[in-house]
Write a protein that binds this ligand. Structure first.
Ligand code: HMG
Ligand code: MG
Length: 306
């Protein structure tokens, strides 16, 4: 199959990346990261999540961060909302501070659903349904994240049929597009393609994105495997930040820098300025007191230093 010529990346670093940080990260730094990402050409940024601060303390400043960002025309800003309480908090601010898109997040694994959002898959869909309806009614787009589509930290390997089942439920409540997530980064190309194919039975290829964590170093090949199916939307974190607090041992998302380097090398357009993106990754990494977790960033910075 002919590969897509353009790819749209959602940088999920400010949310997926930072949610797992044990050290405090100020709202100012998070806002600074969002600004640098949009200046680097990212057209979609997952900014924060309106979840329980008891469950994810790092995202407790959600409203402050949404208030503080200076929006750039043409950029979409998304937030996670697991229930009506989260959705209401996300739209408690004036209209111009509302997210452009909300994300409901479910799992293909029952055990992960329980650990992450404290309910079964069926209950999660019941909770999401009014959130999706309320968002669409207000003109806010809706994405559905599907966790553990290849493997689960509690249940092990996940059958594609379970992914298809969740995708069908998401479609049924009006979710407009879905993320096929390898939450713990155990996937390999054929398994990722099987999860994608199960999702393709319910969603158009344009409405599917790949969300790969890089725990086993497979995220780039999995990205290529998804591209081979025509998928052209992906999620990644600048500087390879992240992990999920309810998926122990899982490392960050694939680094946006590495994905952009690969795509540009293949002649696929992203609209992203890799140099500025690298600087955004350095900014957040310095704030966290460590090196960016991106091989492309390291190589390019070494070359810059000459
Ligand atoms: P629960 O305890 O079952 O909720 O948590 P509850 O409805 O029984 O309420 C309990 C308390 O939480 C109450 O407060 C509520 O008001 C409060 P209390 O009366 O005890 O003081 N509460 C909230 N507070 C703020 N915002 C809310 C909210 N909802 C209830 N929205 C809940 C259920 C879903 C809230 C909880 O499990 C939770 O917050 N989970 C979030 C977990 C999370 O954020 N995980 C990481 C994101 S998912 C991810 O990273 C995967 C992804 O990247 C894709 C991939 O890689 O797989 C997306
Ligand atoms: Mg994730």
């Amino acid at each position: 199959m002919k590969l897509p010529t353009t790819v749209r990346l959602v940088d999920v670093g400010p949310r997926d990346g930072l949610q797992n940080e044990k050290q405090p990260v100020s709202a100012e730094v998070k806002i600074g990261l969002v600004h640098r990402l949009q200046d680097a050409g990212l057209k979609e940024i997952e900014v924060t999540s309106f979840v329980s601060p008891k469950w994810v303390p790092q995202m407790a400043d959600n409203a402050e961060v949404m208030h503080g960002i200076q929006r750039k025309p043409g950029v979409g800003y998304s937030v996670l909302t697991p229930n009506m309480k989260g959705f209401e908090a996300a739209i408690a601010a004036p209209r111009e501070e509302w997210p452009d898109e909300i994300v409901v997040f479910g799992a293909a694994s029952e055990a992960f659903s329980q650990k992450n959002i404290n309910c079964s898959i069926a209950e999660s869909i019941e909770r999401f349904a009014p959130v999706v309806a309320a968002a669409l009614e207000k003109g806010i787009r809706v994405r559905g994240a599907m966790s553990c589509t290849v493997g689960c930290p509690y249940e092990g390997e996940i059958a594609p049929a379970k992914v298809g089942y969740l995708a069908q439920l998401m479609k049924g409540i009006g979710v407009q597009r879905v993320d096929v997530a390898d939450t713990i980064g155990v996937g390999t190309p054929r398994k990722v393609q099987a999860a994608m194919e199960a999702t393709l039975a319910h969603f158009d290829v344009d409405a599917i994105s790949g969300h790969f964590h890089d725990t086993y170093g497979q995220a780039l090949v999995n990205t290529l495997a998804a591209l081979e199916l025509g998928v052209w939307n992906f999620q990644s974190s600048s500087a390879g930040l992240g992990g999920c607090p309810y998926a122990k041992g899982a490392t960050g998302n694939v680094a946006t820098e590495d994905v952009v380097y690969m795509l540009h090398g293949m002649g696929i357009e992203t609209g992203i300025d890799l140099d500025r993106l690298i600087d955004a990754g350095v900014y957040i990494s310095e704030a966290l007191g460590r090196e960016p977790n991106s091989r492309a960033s390291k190589a390019i910075r070494t070359k810059r230093a000459g």
